[in-house]
Design a protein around this ligand. Structure first.
Ligand SMILES: [Zn+2]
Ligand SMILES: [Zn+2]
Length: 293
C-alpha cells in the first residue's frame, strides 16, 4: 500500500489546528484547554491562601516563563511538530509491521474489562514506565542536558510542573507508545485520567506543605517532590531521588526515596544554575549545544 507521508504531515497540522480552535471556542467538561486553566487557577488559589513559603511572591520568579511553557508543552508543541511527527512515526511503524504480516500489535486487550479496571491498569503501567524514564533522564548524560530545563526552577510553584524541554515529550511518549499499544490504548484515551495526572503534577510543584498523610506512600506530593529539585543531591543518591511522577510507591519500592527533613527552604536547581539561560529560547537551545561538545 502506498503511503503519502506529506499528506499525513499536512493533515496533522490542519487537524490539530482545527482541534485547537474548537477547544478554545467550546468550553466544556471534556476540554483540555479549560481543564488546564481551571486546575491551574484552583491550585494557584490554594497556594495563595495557604502558602508553605509565606514570603514567596504570588507572581514568583519565572511565573510567566512557566505559564508560557505550560501553553507550549500542552498545546503549541503538538500543533507545531509532535502531532505530525507521531502520526508519521506510527504510520511508518505500522508499515514495518505489515512487512512481517502483523496488522495488530495488541497483545492483551483490556478493553473488555470494567472501566475502572482499565483506568487502574493504564494509570499504573504508564506511571511506572514514566518513573523509569525519569530515572534515565537523570542518569544518561545527553538526556540530563534536556531534563535540566525542568530542574532550572529555583523558586517552586505549581506552574513549574510543565517547564520542560519538548524533547522530553518525544522521549516519554515514544517509550510509552509500545506498552500502551500492546494493551490496546493510546495515552490520551482517558480525559479524566489526564486531568488527574495534571492535578497531581501541579500539586507536586505547588508552594504547599502537603503530604497526604499515610497516602504519601502511594502518591507523590509537594513535600516529597521539592527534594527532587534539590540543588545538591546527597552522596547516597548522586543522580537524584524521588523520581515519582504521580505515584511515590516506586521510589519506596526501589529505595530511591530521600526526604531527610522539611524541604521548605532548601536551595533548588543545580550547580551553576545562576548561569543557565533564563528565557525560553535560550533554554530550548542549551541542551543541543551541550550534547555537541
Ligand atoms: Zn528530574
Ligand atoms: Zn518537578
Amino acid at each position: 500500500m502506498e503511503v503519502d507521508y506529506f499528506k499525513i504531515i499536512s493533515d496533522s497540522f490542519t487537524g490539530y489546528w482545527n482541534y485547537l480552535l474548537n477547544e478554545l471556542s467550546h468550553p466544556g467538561w471534556h476540554n483540555y484547554f479549560y481543564m488546564l486553566l481551571v486546575l491551574s487557577l484552583l491550585i494557584w488559589s490554594i497556594e495563595i491562601i495557604f502558602p508553605w513559603r509565606k514570603k514567596q511572591k504570588i507572581f514568583r520568579k519565572d511565573f510567566w516563563l512557566d505559564a508560557f511553557y505550560m501553553l507550549f508543552n500542552f498545546f503549541l508543541f503538538s500543533l507545531v511538530a509532535f502531532n505530525a511527527l507521531s502520526n508519521v512515526a506510527v504510520t511508518a511503524f505500522d508499515q514495518l509491521l505489515a512487512l512481517f504480516g502483523i496488522s495488530n500489535m495488541v497483545a492483551i486487550n483490556i478493553n473488555k474489562t470494567a472501566l475502572w479496571v482499565q483506568f487502574l491498569i493504564i494509570f499504573v503501567v504508564a506511571d511506572i514506565i514514566q518513573w523509569a524514564v525519569h530515572v534515565m533522564l537523570h542518569r544518561v548524560k545527553w538526556m540530563w542536558q534536556f531534563h535540566k530545563v525542568h530542574h532550572s526552577v529555583v523558586e517552586m510553584g505549581f506552574a513549574a510542573h510543565l517547564r520542560f524541554h519538548w524533547m522530553e515529550t518525544i522521549i516519554y511518549k515514544s517509550i510509552l507508545y509500545f506498552p500502551l499499544t500492546m494493551i490496546g490504548f493510546g495515552i490520551d484515551d482517558f480525559f479524566v485520567l489526564h486531568a488527574f495526572t495534571v492535578l497531581i503534577g501541579h500539586l507536586n510543584h505547588a508552594n504547599l506543605n502537603i503530604s497526604y498523610g499515610p497516602l504519601k506512600y502511594i502518591f507523590n506530593n509537594p513535600a516529597m517532590h521539592i527534594w527532587h529539585h534539590a540543588k545538591q543531591f546527597p552522596k547516597s543518591h548522586p543522580y537524584g531521588m524521588n523520581f515519582g511522577i504521580s505515584l511515590s510507591i516506586w521510589d519506596y519500592i526501589f529505595k530511591t526515596v530521600h526526604i531527610p527533613h522539611s524541604g521548605r527552604d532548601i536551595a533548588l536547581g543545580f550547580d551553576d544554575v545562576d548561569k543557565y539561560p533564563e528565557g525560553f529560547v535560550g533554554q530550548v537551545i542549551e541542551p543541543f549545544k551541550k550534547t555537541n561538545g
